[in-house]
Ligand binder design. Structure first.
Ligand code: BGP
Length: 483
């Protein structure tokens, strides 16, 4: 028999500023790296960008009303750094701060717990252009100052805070695959920027403990368990390497304050380890998160490098639809891959896939929750999980997204199983509340419980229409997860 969900379980939904807000230059907002990157030809799906997105900035009241009607208990959103500080540092833009104050008040007035993400990838452009973004230590200090403003202004009202969203994804996409800003392919630079992001996060956590003693803070990590392709011990070892390289490289730093030795050693041999200054490791060790935010979509399967399946595995194309942000390794790039000797990514024959080629793996979700709790011993907050699909608005005005319902249902059941296994879970935010901009797939790949009418050519009325999944999730919340 399964244990019930805790009474105060936070049934939520999530979003990120650049993906929903629009209003890209309204009320004093400065440009972010995404405002520029999305306009580079060929970088985003059909040239889509977040200038308007779903205009949440101007329609937040309507959105919160829809959340309240659904019974949502928590809403995770991110703050656009360049709304608060148009240049990322220096003068505060009052109007930007006030927008988030109003949003938080609106949520609280409707009994919805705000969950604030400090950094969901939209670095102020000025910091990139002036200092070189995360490659500069100067940006660590700027991030700390930005956090201070938010802690001071929102710290009394907001209890849950997320530091970095998917550091593993945005560093790889930005510094390895040239698929995100800063549009670089340079592993040495990637590992250096990554180290600075770790330090920025540690500073943000320490400052938080000082200024918001009643709150809870942690990172949101894009976690996927790594499976061995077979019971061959060499494959099992490869899977352990995969766990350390794909996950431990960040999680060990967050939770244990140290880089995993196996990977450090391996990167050192290739001259890829970051420059670590005096005091850095002490800082990392001192900053302990209160919870671990988990974004779960899928895991990965690996084999020892020489595994014969390597030859048989279909080549992955670097197309918009085939992107797997966690472990993309287009065949042509495997040559230059630093993990080449550690493991080889292979297909998993047991799993089906979404229209975007992402594996559907609810059991992997339970494995993830158990593994993370055992390894890091922190409460978990599921900060993202959901299905990207092509949703169709029918002539009678409904959206029958049964596929999404099935996806969410199977994943929520695994949460209940994990709770029954003894894992402590604070809440679950489905990705996403409304439809929104998918970084590389524009508005075609939809995740929302609420449809937004945004079909580029013809209509841009941005009407909100609850999907079938909205009413389904409403019932789930009302029943506290008893499906
Ligand atoms: C996560 C990001 C989200 C969201 C989601 C879906 O990696 O944190 O911001 O975009 O993935 O990804 P996509 O839009 O690429 O399908």
């Amino acid at each position: 028999k399964l244990a019930p969900f805790p009474k105060d379980f936070l049934w939520g939904a999530a979003s990120a500023a650049y993906q929903v807000e629009g209003a890209w230059n309204q009320d004093g907002k400065g440009p972010s790296v995404w405002d520029v990157f999305s306009k580079i030809e060929g970088k985003t799906f059909e040239g889509t960008n977040g200038d308007v997105a779903v205009d949440h900035y101007n329609r937040y009241q309507e959105d919160v009303r829809l959340m309240a009607e659904m019974g949502l208990k928590a809403y995770r959103f991110s703050i656009a750094w360049s709304r608060i500080l148009p240049q990322g540092e220096g003068k505060v833009n009052e109007q930007g701060v006030q927008f988030y104050e109003k949003l938080v008040d609106e949520l609280l007035a409707h009994g919805i717990e705000p969950v604030v993400t400090l950094y969901h990838w939209d670095l102020p452009l000025y910091l990139q252009e002036t200092y070189g973004g995360w490659e500069s230590r100067r940006v660590i200090a700027a991030f700390k100052d930005y956090c201070r403003i938010l802690y001071q202004r929102l710290g009394k009202k907001v209890r849950y805070w997320v530091t970095m969203n998917e550091q593993n994804v945005f560093t790889a996409m930005g510094y390895r695959w040239e698929l995100h800003p800063p549009n670089v392919s340079d592993l040495k630079r990637m590992f250096q920027a990554n180290h600075h992001i770790n330090l920025a996060q540690a500073e943000a956590i320490l400052l938080f403990k000082e200024l918001v003693p009643t709150g809870l803070i942690g990172p949101s990590f894009g976690y996927g368990p790594v499976y061995p392709a077979s019971a061959n011990p060499a494959d099992v070892l490869a899977a352990e390497n995969g766990e350390a390289f794909n996950n431990g490289w960040w999680l060990d730093v967050y939770c244990k304050g140290q880089y995993p030795k196996v990977i450090w050693q391996y990167l050192a041999e290739q001259g890829l380890t970051p420059v670590v200054e005096k005091g850095d490791l002490e800082l990392l060790a001192a900053a302990k998160p209160d919870f671990l935010g988990v974004n779960y979509y899928h895991g990965g399967t690996v084999a020892q490098n020489e595994y014969e399946q390597q030859a048989a595995s279909p080549q992955r194309e670097k197309t918009f639809s085939g992107i797997d942000p966690y472990h993309i390794q287009p065949a042509d790039e495997q040559q230059a891959s630093p993990e080449k000797a550690l493991f080889t990514n292979v297909e998993n024959p047991y799993l089906t896939k979404t229209a975007w080629n992402w594996e559907i793996d609810p059991v992997g979700f339970r494995i993830a929750m158990r593994r993370l709790q055992d390894k890091y011993n922190l409460p978990l907050f599921i900060t993202e999980n959901g299905l990207g699909a092509i949703d169709v608005l029918t002539e009678d005005g409904t959206i029958e997204d049964d596929e999404r319902i099935a996806y969410l249902q199977t994943h929520i059941l695994e949460i209940q199983k994990a709770i029954s296994d003894g894992v402590e879970i604070i809440g679950y935010c489905t990705w996403s509340f409304t439809d929104l901009l998918s970084w590389l797939n524009g508005y075609k790949k939809r995740y929302g419980l609420v449809y937004v009418n945004r079909n580029e050519a013809s209509e841009l009325d941005l009407r909100r229409i609850p999907k079938k999944s909205y009413y389904w999730y409403q019932r789930v919340i009302a029943a506290n997860g008893e499906l």
